[in-house]
Design a protein around this ligand. Structure first.
Ligand code: PLP
Length: 545
């Protein structure tokens, strides 16, 4: 008999989890995962990187073609593991690179489960209780940040950018009712600080508001929005007949962990409504994708300090909570579990204080004849996405259940403790200076100076005095060299991977300030690793002229 397609089909069927209980095949599945993990493990060395860094040949990649024949689970997984070569191990104690956390095992299993049976949380008909998991994750987060969980609602979406997109879109519908149908015909503006995330540019562009209508408000030395300038810009816009689609309050800037004064912003919004007798309430969206996590400390007993944090840590946590505890004043906010929630990408949630806000985005059911005829829970009627994975909600819920309030306090508290320790060391040296001293997160921006620089005065001089322009730029280059040295050393197994930013903010005379950047998000970072960073910086200073 000639071979038929059925012979191949038999082989293909073995590459799927079995639809009917088959423990032997389950063992094969688990074993395949084990072998994969073994191969990933084999890439580990002492370095904070998986295997060697292999430069990607993107030219070659463009020639990729579909293989003609069938392969095997084993062969394909080995090939896939190869793509992890050169990845930074985000949980490694010698990694302080960026706002990328190591994901927990429960959150990884959450992702696996949601992928295994492929719930689509657009509709409970296609996701059953996984849709419920999303609602639970929304409620837990709502309560955490101070929203009334009965009144609030939310949806997981495609990243922090997606959360701000929802916030601004809702605000646009409030300012210009029916914009969804009629388009944006009014003059509309969106306000955000100049330390806010660049996604605001994308969002106003994609929403048809236009990047020209995004008003960038200067920040104070503490990297928070300048309230007086925000008030002036908002009043000027409204007075000239424009509508405010949204004020974006950044609650944890990406580089410096600046926190806007939401209380002040909310008071300003309320007074604008009165003053100009506005027909709508300008929407306040908190871009709290990084800062939200600090709300676990909102009712920490700072006096008794039951977790025994050091006084400096306690002060740093209190310094962040001073702003974060007012998060509930925002009409909507963004939460990235894949940043400060120890979940893998993508796990982002947009929360709204008033569930009616999401209903403003609802489509006419006649536009979706093949979906949502029945069922109790149909977020797909208003979400931007059609298919939505259960991975984000299950990862987030897994971490909430695993950590609990205490675990989140411990892991964040430790990270803040290590950050404060780093600052203590940096401040203990005459040649280094911390730039974001008044921002109390997990990120430290700092600069180091060559001999003969008065580091007590230089920060202020470089920032405010145009006579120091050349000095500033020379020191930018100097710090870039320090970064390159420290980076090369870390890649050789000597030291810690940190990062840098070309422009953590501009000087008053509009030049970029380069900064060295340590972002601590690994629970494995300990005192020795922090000391190594400082030692390496000082060593770099000796090595470069
Ligand atoms: C990372 C970040 C974003 C974008 O979030 P993604 O999850 O990367 O899409 C938005 N705002 C701030 C403040 C961020 O740090």
């Amino acid at each position: 008999m000639a071979p038929s397609y059925r012979d191949t089909l038999e082989h293909l069927r073995l590459a799927f989890p079995q639809p009917v209980s088959d423990p032997i095949h389950d063992s094969y599945f688990v074993h395949s995962i084990m072998r994969t993990l073994d191969q990933v493990d084999a890439l580990k060395t002492e370095l904070p990187i998986l295997g060697p860094i292999v430069p990607g040949d993107f030219e070659q990649a463009r020639n990729a073609t579909l293989p003609t024949g069938v392969s095997s689970v084993e062969a394909v997984t080995s090939e896939l593991v190869g793509y992890l070569r050169g990845m930074t191990i985000s949980g490694h104690p010698q990694t302080q690179q960026n706002v990328i956390p190591p994901p927990t095992i429960p959150s990884l299993i959450g992702v696996l489960l949601a992928s295994l049976h492929n719930p689509n949380i657009a509709w409970d008909e296609y996701s059953r209780l996984v849709a419920l998991a999303e609602v639970e994750a929304v409620s837990i987060t709502a309560r955490l940040v101070g929203y009334d969980p009965q009144q609030a609602s939310g949806a997981f979406t495609f990243g922090g950018t997606g959360t701000t997109l929802y916030g601004v879109k809702i605000g646009l519908e409030k300012a210009c009712p029916q914009a969804m149908q009629t388009g944006v015909s009014d003059d509309v503006v969106v306000l955000v600080s100049d330390a806010g995330h660049y996604c605001a540019h994308n969002i106003v562009g994609w929403l048809g508001i236009g990047t020209d209508q995004l008003i960038s408000i200067p920040t104070t030395a503490e990297n928070e929005i300048d309230l007086a300038q925000l008030a002036d810009a908002a009043r000027a816009s409204v007075a000239s007949g424009k509508k405010i689609a949204a004020i974006i309050a950044t609650m944890g800037t990406t580089d410096a962990f600046g926190l806007d004064d939401l209380q002040g912003i909310a008071a300003l919004r309320d007074s604008l409504v009165d003053e100009f007798q506005l027909s709508y309430r300008p929407h306040i969206h908190a871009d709290s994708v990084i800062g939200w996590a600090w709300s676990v400390f909102n009712d920490y007993d700072f006096k008794c300090n039951p977790l025994a944090f050091r006084p400096r840590t306690l002060r740093a946590i209190a310094g962040a909570c001073r702003r974060i505890r007012h998060l509930a004043l925002a009409d909507s906010m963004g939460i990235d579990f894949h940043k400060t929630g120890f979940a893998p990408y993508i796990s982002s949630l947009v929360l709204v204080k008033d569930r009616a806000d999401l209903q403003m985005l609802r489509r006419d059911p006649r536009q979706m004849p093949y979906l949502y005829h029945f069922g109790d829970h149909r977020p797909g009627m208003y979400t931007l996405e059609t298919s939505r994975a259960g991975t984000g909600p299950l990862a987030a819920l897994a971490n909430f259940r695993f950590f609990g309030e205490q675990g989140l306090r411990v892991v964040l508290g430790h990270i803040v403790e290590m950050t404060q320790l780093l600052r203590e060391h940096l401040e203990g040296h005459e040649t280094t200076t911390v730039l974001n001293r008044d921002n109390f997160g997990a990120v430290t921006l700092f600069r180091v100076y060559p001999p003969d620089v008065d580091t007590f005065a230089i920060k202020r001089q470089e920032f405010g005095d145009p006579a120091y322009r050349d000095t500033l730029l020379a020191h930018n280059d100097y710090n870039r060299k320090v970064f390159e040295y420290v980076h090369a050393e870390a890649m050789a197994g000597r030291g810690v991977i940190i990062s840098s930013t070309d422009c953590y903010r501009r000087t008053q005379y509009d030049e970029p300030i380069f900064a060295l950047k340590s972002y601590i998000l690994s629970p494995f970072v300990d005192e020795g690793d922090v000391e190594t960073v400082v030692a390496k910086i000082l060593e770099a200073r000796e090595k470069i002229a």
